[in-house]
Design a protein around this ligand. Structure first.
Ligand SMILES: Cc1ncc(COP(=O)(O)O)c(C=O)c1O
Length: 414
């Protein structure tokens, strides 16, 4: 078992030890991962790091002591509301990640419904492509989860979801887009349904929030998903994904700032006086806020458009290249920088293709249904798009023949 050493080691030795440990990790700057990270270039990296360092230990719980953090946070929320359809009276909360944003949304939906309807057995209705973090939140919050299969178009089936709602449905969920396929649910229809039934409508734009508006501006067909869609109550958007900020930065935005009160904790039940928080965290890293603010201001709309263009170009090259390889197919539709490819030839074992790609240094994200390979692209993938297609082609050649290998019971796919 590890123990705190009796005597500390000099800084240089510590840093050298960390460099040595890190050498075991994947070098994500080379673009051979399509999961876990987002990277544009060294210029943005420097800005992120220096901004984070400038506030590396400031505590964002202490906004009386650090009013500058409050102003940075307010600006991040304001810029994001302007991007994502927030009107007069909209509001937002800076959180640690998509999972916390979603947790708060579900907590708010439950608390609002309880306040309005009294005793109930709350449930949430969501397409089965919604992120599993909803189920985790539901488990903690005592919500029943009703997952509804998506249609053949890989989008939420609004009629089927309506059929699963009842008087105890506190929230309806749609993704913009979902993580398994990168498809957008029909948010306007879901939000209209939620409004008719008096349910909280949450849009999970953790992936799309800072990418989809720019992909749309490039001329791609992206449906309305923003807070401005009538009936939408809240929207989660991750700055630490396509907002291109370092980790620990997400937002829960609400169309009506008054709805933030439903996820507020407030108490005086101890000796120290009143304590209140809109997040699940107490102490919050100031660096995450400063770095998010820095990334947004450094990139500007021009920078985000550049990211969107690089991603969509990479996707077009990869999808066309893979579709042209005999025995492979690309799943459609896919609206944004996420897609899945698989073997259309039943004699071709996708598990072996994945193993051959892994042997060449590509970290593979296996998709469970359908059995395939999942990619979530970020700007760096433009520089490796052609290389990836060549690697897939070699991997297919290596995998031809032999026994099938489905995802193993203990294999990590995410
Ligand atoms: C659509 C979607 N929602 C929510 C999340 C959860 O976000 P986080 O990992 O930041 O908690 C993710 C993460 O990939 C996601 O893709």
């Amino acid at each position: 078992m590890s123990q705190i050493p009796a005597k500390g080691r000099p800084a240089e030795a510590i840093l050298a030890a960390l460099r040595e440990r890190k050498a075991q990790d994947r070098d994500w700057r080379r673009g051979r991962l399509a999961v876990y990270f987002y990277w544009l270039d060294e210029d943005l990296e420097r800005v992120q790091q220096q901004a984070y360092l400038a506030y590396w230990t400031e505590n964002n719980l202490g906004q009386r002591a650090f009013p500058s953090l409050k102003s940075l946070e307010d600006e991040v929320i304001g810029m994001s509301l302007a991007l994502l359809g927030g009107g007069q009276g909209a509001g937002g909360t800076f959180t640690s990640g998509g999972s916390e944003s979603i947790f708060l949304a579900m907590m708010a939906a439950r608390n609002r419904a309880r306040a309005r309807r009294g005793k109930m057995r709350p449930n949430i209705v969501l397409p089965d492509t919604a992120h599993l973090t909803f189920d985790r939140a539901a488990e903690a919050l005592g919500l029943e989860v009703r997952r509804v299969p998506v249609g053949a178009d890989l989008r939420a089936d609004v009629a089927a979801m309506a059929a699963r709602m009842d008087d105890d449905t506190v929230a309806l969920v749609g993704s913009a887009p979902n993580y398994p396929f990168g498809t957008f649910d029909p948010i306007a229809d879901l939000a209209a349904l939620a409004a008719r039934r008096g349910a909280w409508m949450h849009v999970d734009a953790c992936v799309g929030g800072f990418l989809a508006p720019y992909v749309r501006r490039l001329g791609h067909d992206i449906p309305a998903f923003e807070l401005s869609v009538p009936g939408v109550t809240s929207l989660s958007a991750d700055i630490h994904k396509h907002g291109m900020a370092p980790k620990g930065a997400s937002l829960l935005l609400v169309a009506d700032a008054a709805d933030r009160e439903w996820h507020k904790f407030e108490s005086r039940a101890w000796q120290r006086g009143p304590y209140a928080a809109y997040t699940t965290q107490g102490t919050r890293p100031g660096g995450a806020v400063a770095a998010a603010w820095a990334a947004m201001n450094h990139l500007g709309e021009e920078g985000y458009l550049r990211c969107a263009r690089l991603i969509m170009e990479a996707k077009a090259i990869m999808m066309a290249g893979i579709a042209a390889i005999p025995g492979l197919g690309v799943l459609q539709p896919s609206d944004i920088g996420i897609f899945v490819w698989r073997a259309t030839d039943p004699t071709l074992d996708i598990g072996k293709v994945a193993a051959a790609l892994d042997a060449e240094g590509w970290l593979v994200g296996r998709q469970q249904e359908p059995d395939g390979i999942h990619l979530h692209l970020n700007p760096i993938h433009r520089s490796v798009a052609e290389e990836y297609v060549e690697a897939v082609s070699r991997a297919v050649a290596a995998a031809r023949g032999g026994q099938n290998s489905r995802i193993g019971a203990n294999e990590r796919t995410y």
